[in-house]
Design a protein around this ligand. Structure first.
Ligand SMILES: C[S@@+](CC[C@H](N)C(=O)[O-])C[C@H]1O[C@@H](n2cnc3c(N)ncnc32)[C@H](O)[C@@H]1O
Length: 267
């Protein structure tokens, strides 16, 4: 049996109503569609020699990975927006210097938690575009946000307004005009993973682990009107390697934001 990077099927209960959708999705992704036929997950993985199964369920799209299930959820975004509303602030928002009406290009969208917070702040008069290289992660977010509803209408709208693009950050940056976004943001997979982050566990199997390159930073500085921001672990050597001299973040946090201001940049 051929080995597959991932296959597409339905949940066991959703086969009758979701079969066609799963088939269409497999075609879109250039992946193999497998009719579920009530096959247990371990048997499916063994038969098709794969660790990852993309599932079309009645609730949306999920990826069953060797580290658990990955699906669209707000993660910390809801708590962060509530804290912001209480006046507690948010380190990413401060690092970006975000205000209503601004535009943000998130080059590493992931499950879009940061993009949701950014979208909440910039509001309907602003713009958040998220680029994600992993087709599965992009799919989970683009379908997840379309179906998303929560009690907080402002948050629901913020989620829906994010423009989710599948592609490589550098290629996307190269195609953008000078100064076309106020802020360009990178949150790559950390070079030294923070293993206590349980929310990222299943995601690790389906993400791309590209490091930010000096060319990406150069392009980002061209595309940004005000600044480029990068999230990494506090002691990461990536900040120095890429030329982020200014840092912000919580005193006791393991995470920091490197900030490169346009006015200080000499290329
Ligand atoms: C740490 S996650 C981002 C998490 C995100 N900030 C959030 O709040 O959910 C990094 C993401 O960047 C994606 N990625 C890695 N290299 C990329 C590239 N060259 N272009 C676009 N996305 C990339 C990964 O697939 C992964 O989903």
């Amino acid at each position: 049996m051929e080995k597959w990077k991932f296959i597409v099927t339905t949940s066991a209960k959703g086969e009758a109503e979701k079969g066609e959708e799963a088939q269409a999705l497999a075609t879109e992704l250039g992946a193999l569609y497998v009719p579920r036929n009530k096959m247990p997950m371990p048997k499916l993985k063994e038969t098709y020699q794969t660790d990852t199964v993309v599932l079309v369920t009645r609730e949306g799209i999920e990826a069953d990975t060797e580290r658990g299930r990955c699906f669209f959820h707000l993660n910390m975004a809801q708590l962060r927006t509530q804290n912001i509303d209480r006046g507690a602030g948010d380190h990413m928002v401060e690092a970006m210097g975000l205000k209503e009406g601004m535009s943000v290009l998130d080059c590493t969208m992931g499950l879009a938690s940061d993009a949701v917070v950014a979208s909440y702040i910039v509001g309907a008069s602003g713009k958040v575009v998220g680029v994600e290289k992993s087709p599965i992660v992009h799919l989970i977010v683009s379908r997840g946000k379309a179906d998303f509803v929560c009690e907080d209408e402002r948050l629901t709208e913020a989620v829906k307004r994010i423009q989710a693009i599948q592609g490589d950050a550098l290629e996307y940056l190269r195609a953008q005009a000078d100064g076309s976004f106020d802020v360009v943001y990178f949150d790559p997979m950390f070079r030294a993973p923070v293993y206590t982050s349980a929310n990222f566990k299943p995601m690790r199997s389906i993400v791309e682990t590209d490091a930010v390159s000096t060319e990406m930073v150069r392009e980002a500085m061209r595309v940004a009107k005000y600044r480029v921001v990068m999230k990494e672990t506090k002691d990461s050597e990536e900040f120095a390697r890429l030329g982020f001299t200014k840092r912000c973040g919580g005193k006791y946090s393991r995470i920091q934001f490197g900030v490169m201001e346009k006015e200080d940049y000499d290329g």
